[in-house]
Design a protein around this ligand. Structure first.
Ligand SMILES: [Zn+2]
Ligand SMILES: [Zn+2]
Length: 326
């Protein structure tokens, strides 16, 4: 059973001469994630689902690696972004058009020969869907209204949006990297929720970054504060073992939220989305204690069946993370 091991108030606050935003390298992110999914498939007890995710993330990697003319025809022209406003890639802040749909078609054609016949039906439906309908699904998901999208489609739609967003986010994140940042519960590039916290070995051991569930950007957040409400009192860390646990959960008694922390300085193989999925039992424990996830896992969307949290404010609707997967 998990136990609270440390009061976060006792963690010294870090000085802020650090990189506040780390731009993604989308190809590398997806490659690392696919490898980790393959490693975790057996021990997860969900080998089939992890296998599908490995194929999907592998397809994301392939599309993210396109360059030259192939990249141009897939990602379209560079969107016009106003870098002077906060979250320049939030969906309401720029014309994102429908080039993400050509990413979706690329993903579908990569996946088709590799997946089960059941999924062929779903992927064919998606490939034939009207552009307007797909655009509506994308808007719903980007607004956090995941329940408005048929459950069998959402995983693939988010995967395509993610590849599109991460492609253009790199430059935006580079622009933000030098600017001073205060507490940010949402991604400073696109305004999406994080997947979880990553404790890093580089650029300096022990720094905590939140990893975006959409554009794969990482942003710095001090370790003594709740990642959701910024409060430092009543923040606790939970882990399966008392020392050297590579995955811990941070809970906050102020907002009753929790976020997982992945200590890559302890286990460099950890990958935020894959390992979050492989440790849903920790989520159950926190939910039993009355806490709710403040994060979104892009690989879990297809399994979301639960209603939205009732007490969640409208502008930041998050699905409860633990669906029917375990
Ligand atoms: Zn983002
Ligand atoms: Zn909080």
């Amino acid at each position: 059973m998990s136990t609270a091991i440390l009061d976060a108030e006792k963690i010294p606050t870090q000085s802020l001469e650090i990189k506040t935003v780390i731009p993604a390298d989308p190809k590398a992110v997806y490659q690392f994630r696919a490898q980790r999914l393959a490693e975790l498939a057996e021990e997860s007890g969900l080998a089939e689902y992890f296998g599908l995710l490995e194929q999907l993330v592998g397809a994301q990697q392939k599309v993210a690696a396109l360059y030259g003319e192939a990249a141009k025809s897939c990602f379209g022209p560079k969107p016009k972004l106003d870098l002077s406003q906060s979250q320049p890639m939030a969906q309401q802040h720029f014309e994102w058009g429908n080039y993400w749909q050509s990413v979706l078609l690329e993903l579908i054609s990569e996946l088709m020969p590799k997946v089960s016949t059941d999924l062929h039906v779903v992927l064919k439906e998606l490939a034939k869907a009207e552009a307007d309908v797909l655009q509506g699904y994308a808007k719903s998901m980007l607004s956090g209204r995941f329940a408005e999208v048929p459950a069998q489609y959402s995983l693939f739609i988010w995967a395509a949006l993610s590849v599109y967003w991460s492609h253009w986010a790199v430059e935006v994140a580079q622009g933000l990297a030098d600017a001073a940042q205060a507490h940010k519960r949402l991604c400073p590039v696109c305004g999406s929720h994080p997947v979880g916290s990553v404790i890093k070995e580089v650029p300096r051991t022990g720094l905590r970054y939140l990893h975006c569930s959409l554009c794969e950007t990482e942003w710095h957040e001090v370790r003594a504060e709740c990642t959701s409400c910024g409060e430092s009192k009543g923040v606790f860390l939970w882990a399966e073992t008392e020392t050297k646990a590579a995955i811990r959960v941070e809970s906050c008694d102020t907002c009753k939220g929790y976020t997982k922390m992945f200590f890559t300085d302890i286990n460099p193989r950890l990958e935020v989305a894959a390992d979050d999925l492989a440790t849903l039992v920790m989520d159950s424990h926190l939910v039993e204690q009355g806490y709710s996830a403040t994060t979104v896992n892009p690989l879990l969307l297809a399994h979301e069946q639960e209603p939205q949290l009732e007490n969640e404010p409208q502008e930041s609707v998050v699905q409860p993370k633990v669906g029917n997967i375990h």
